[in-house]
Design a protein around this ligand. Structure first.
Ligand code: ACO
Length: 336
């Protein structure tokens, strides 16, 4: 199979910033409550005049610039989002904005695991040889979907986008010294729909009389609902297991990994995962303090942060991990 390398990374975060102290003017909460329980101090909010496509475009442009690849050279664009402005899909709008005329583009929804599922999906297209270059973008604007009167959810989320460029490298696969040593090394994905009630962004169906006795269902979007305690228990139990399985597949011990890029939901969840894996908590990237939970975008945002700060670079081993609504969760081991 061709080696699939990560060759570019980018992130985009809106400027407007909402601090915990600002939130205390909106709902009955405080920095003293939020910070120790979550590790979050502030989050970014996308202004109403901008869309999820604008955010995705910015992150995509940054990843392409880093890799020095022209949009015309893209074969595939996957947009992982749960907050598309158009439920028919937004990926083709990102493709049009980039001018990536050769690329096929489609959306993929798997909540906070969307990015990891999309990287796994793109990898299959590259390994079969059908495509050579794939751009995976994760963008979410959960600020538009939370109930701003519900303090148990509105303090957790923020807006953002991240993108990676993946490239098939058949030459590396043919070289016995390089084969199996670089790029995507191990993938492990999971779903469990029996837990769908724990976290949802549901469309409610309201009955409406159409003509005579004929009724039609009409959708109405409900804000995010979450059972925080149960999501916490699920995460600290399921996530270490899926990480260990992906590392086993890649034949890599947990302590050899330089950076764990785990979905940024809560600092306590990240600390519990480090403990379960018996790895140094400093190897688990955290950008929660400044950005909160940016859903599907949080993994590439954390990776971009470490790459920009020089904490993660060429030759380093990393693990990208998503978990969230569905329930869905998954882990991908890679060498940068
Ligand atoms: N400010 C002040 N008080 C609050 C707030 C708030 N923002 N939110 C809840 N409280 C109150 C509750 O009303 C409750 O009060 P009561 O005892 O009088 O009823 C008390 O604080 C305790 O509430 P709990 O929900 O039990 O608090 P807990 O210690 O479990 O912490 C938290 C809540 C931080 C949400 C935690 O459960 C958690 O992090 N869970 C994981 C959630 C998560 O990660 N979600 C996203 C993952 S997937 C995805 O990203 C989509």
């Amino acid at each position: 199979l061709p080696t699939v390398r990560l060759v570019g990374i980018g992130a985009a975060l809106p400027d407007p910033c909402l601090h915990n102290d600002d939130l205390s003017h909106i709902v009955e909460t405080s920095d003293e409550w939020i910070w120790p329980r979550t590790g979050i101090r502030e989050r970014r909010i996308l202004p109403p005049q901008l869309s999820v496509v604008d955010l995705a475009y910015q992150a995509a442009t940054a990843a392409l610039a880093q890799a020095q690849v022209h949009p015309q050279d893209l074969d595939l664009i996957l947009l992982a989002t749960s907050t598309s402005a158009d439920r028919f899909g937004s990926a083709p709008q990102v493709q049009a904005a980039l001018g990536a005329t050769r690329a096929v583009a489609f959306d993929l929804t798997a909540a906070c695991t969307g990015f990891v599922f999309a990287v796994a999906t793109a990898t299959q297209f590259l390994q079969t040889g059908l495509y050579r270059r794939a751009l995976v973008v994760a963008a979410d604007v959960l600020s538009r979907t939370v109930d701003w009167t519900d303090r148990t959810t509105c303090v957790l989320f923020g807006d953002g986008a991240g993108a990676v460029l993946l490239e098939a490298d058949p030459a590396a696969a043919a070289d016995p010294l390089q084969s199996g040593q670089h790029g995507i090394l191990g993938i492990e994905l999971r779903s469990d729909g029996t837990g769908s009630e724990l976290l949802s962004l549901r469309m409610e169906t309201e009955a409406r009389s159409l003509v005579g006795s004929l009724q039609v269902g009409q959708y109405r979007c409900r804000p995010i609902t979450m059972n925080g305690r149960e999501v916490y228990k699920f995460a600290v139990h399921a996530v270490p297991e899926v990480i260990e399985k992906s590392l086993f597949r890649a034949g890599i011990p947990a302590e050899a990994v330089q950076g764990y890029f785990v979905h940024q939901a809560n600092q306590r969840i990240l600390d519990a995962i480090a403990k379960r894996l018996q790895v140094d908590p400093a190897r688990i990237a955290s950008v929660l303090e400044h950005y909160g939970n940016t859903s599907g975008a949080s993994v590439p945002i954390a990776l971009a942060d470490w790459v920009e700060k020089g904490r993660f670079g060429p030759g380093d081993l990393g693990v990208m991990v998503g978990f969230g609504a569905g329930l869905t969760w998954g882990s991908i081991v890679f060498r940068w």
